[in-house]
Ligand binder design. Sequence first.
Ligand code: SF4
Length: 297
Amino acid sequence: MVLKKAPISPNSRSRLPVWLKTSLPSGEAFFHLRSLVRKYQLHTVCESASCPNIGECWGKGTLTLMILGDHCSRACRFCDVPTGQMLPPDDNEPRQVAEMLSRLSLNYVVITSVDRDDLPDGGARHWAKVLQQIHELCPALGVEVLVPDFKAEVSLIETVCAAQPAVFAHNIETVESLQKRVRPQCRYDWSLKTLTVAARQFGIITKSSMMLGHGETRQEVIQTMTDLRQAGCRMLSIGQYLQPTRTHLEVMEYVHPDVFAEYKQIGEDLGFDHVESGPLVRSSFRADQQANAAGIV
Ligand code: SF4
């Protein structure tokens, strides 16, 4: 169901459909988490990408740390993470991440990073060091890595997979025809190959995510799901794109929750172990429950 066909302006909470309204962050758990993030000098995608779920997630004591800096080497037109000003990887970060996570009562966590096309290994070795430190300090913690495409370079994907994440996630973000518009420096075939290599060559459970509302058609959404299944992808999340600022891509459509429910059913019929689909769903939203529903943890 298409509610609006004209682009929709950002930051106009009153104009959002009721199913996209969220409460503002507050509460003891939220402030505790924020103080830990600051103490360990880490970054979170929750803050950097202005995620609408921060109130709920942080209120429940869960978050998604973002490693390798807070500036990205790519400039996707949907994303609020700033581009450029890349610094060398921080050698202290792997330990800081593990120490902070050891202070939380989590059994599952998602870690993501910015893209680091400026580094010869795309940041893969830093990823491995982070995983190694977490396994050392928090041996019972399941870690889902939400990684860049590494330009589908097999040796880099292997470096991350060898460090034993519970789930290897990489987001295809949108349908093939909209890739250039939505994320000009990325490629649909790189994303599919990266997921295929992790799943088929290195035997890791893989997951991907799509945002709706960029003007994609139903047939294209189903084709993307089919392509992901062919890449061996076992988990999928689907959510609504929201424009972070006026300089980002405009929202073309607010997709009705019933349509998200339909895509969930279609995805599960296509063979995904689990599809999380709803307006406020993000790749890392209730990721522990998604992994649980897929029978992974
Ligand atoms: S959905 Fe993910 S990015 Fe958003 S607040 Fe929750 S953990 Fe952070």
